[in-house]
Design a protein around this ligand. Sequence first.
Ligand code: NAP
Length: 255
Amino acid sequence: MGRYDGRVAVITGAARGIGFGTAQRFAAEGASVAILDLDEASAQEAAARIETIGDARAIGVGCDVADGAAAEAAVQRVVDELGGIHVLVNNAGITRDNLLFKMTEEDWDLVMNVHLKGAFNMTKAAQKHFVEQRYGKILNLSSVSALGNRGQANYSAAKMGVQGFTRTLGIELGPFGINANAIAPGFIATEMTDATAARVKMSVEDFRAAAAEANPVKRVGFPEDIAAAAAFLCSDEASYITGQTLYVDGGAKLG
Ligand code: NAP
């Protein structure tokens, strides 16, 4: 008997990284999962890997979350193919880092469109079903960068925006049996942080070692660390928690 038996969880940007780790965790706890990602073939390949976990059911759906019509169609496809929707994890993300004076308008818009508009589009599409059934769990991915990070004016603004969005969802949707929370990860070892290593001209190993050394718990985080917190926040055990942002960062923001 798993905490997510009979539940359908939709996770965006889940072909790899934190999203994939979270999908694996929900599946291991009994959920049917829908892997949404830009590239349908990658999403389906990830779903096939999830289906090797016990008797988990998983589908892969190609969807650009920044496109409202695509988000709406993807949610409907999940409901049609998996029989409903109970959990939405807004995880899809990109970085386009640069110092403010070099940041282009396009890079500002791209980051806002994926993180903020993407979360808005997906949540709007899912909430109709959640409100109707008087049940739903929304989890948004923020970041420690919400507190400010050199070279990430676009990303930090989007990630703090995610926190305000989450609080507002908590207020508006609470009366309908819907919880909305956010997780703000610190350094998590994924292709996103590997790409940052390349940008600052460090090897992945050295970059991770430096991040671990600077962290109070002396290690970097892994997708499993976020997945464990996600599985709690989207469970019925957390039904009195809403509108919150949980920093899962090894205490990094304390420094
Ligand atoms: P990742 O490894 O780069 O994976 C992100 C996934 O999102 C990719 O599969 C990507 O697809 C997909 N994606 C990008 N744009 C999309 C769109 N418009 N529609 C649908 N899917 C899209 O990133 P991650 O490290 O797992 O990060 C996941 C989330 O956690 C992000 O929101 C990120 O900002 C946040 N976060 C990460 C860290 C960290 O240290 N890793 C820290 C704090 C917060 P493509 O491969 O096709 O681009």
